[in-house]
Write a protein that binds this ligand. Sequence first.
Ligand SMILES: [Zn+2]
Length: 205
Amino acid sequence: MKIDDLDLKLIYLLMDNSRLSISELAERLGVSRPTVKSRLEKLEKEGVILGYTVKLNPELLRAHNVVALIVKTDSPEKMSEFEEIIEINRFTSRKYLIKIAVEDMEELRKVIEGAGFEVIEIMPVLESIERTTPPKVKIPFKCDYCGKEIVGEPIVYKYHNRVYFLCCPTCLREFKKTRENIEKFKLKEEDKVEHAHEHEHHAHN
Ligand SMILES: [Zn+2]
């Protein structure tokens, strides 16, 4: 499957806010709505976009006591019956590192007995550090100013509801300058047109 710059920009914007509408995406990227629609359909069909998700307040996720356990079990499928088990990592064919979120020790005991695994080690999780990083797309895309591939995080620049992706502060500065000049030029042109109309009116009178 071929993913181009426009696809990457769509993915980038949606990873940051999955509720952006097709019109908003089209406006931000300066393309038509049918283009956005067909790109999204393609990305969904080809399994690049698997779904549109929600960012939950981390406080809600921390409402429980979390315990990490190393366990041994011959019937790992039993673990998926317990919604208290929030993470399952397999080490070897029988050994797992799992995380359980419970309100109290009684609940923990029920899960351990119910899932029927042998506990090798049990550790309370004192703190989970929420890492708030900007969305990462591991495919490089091109700078809107110099056209070079962006290494690392792009600088996202919003201008008149459109977004641009720049590779470095220098490109951002130069890009802004160019935009400002285009803007000034446009204003002058509009001015000229208005004056021209005025002259026409005078001529008719
Ligand atoms: Zn650049």
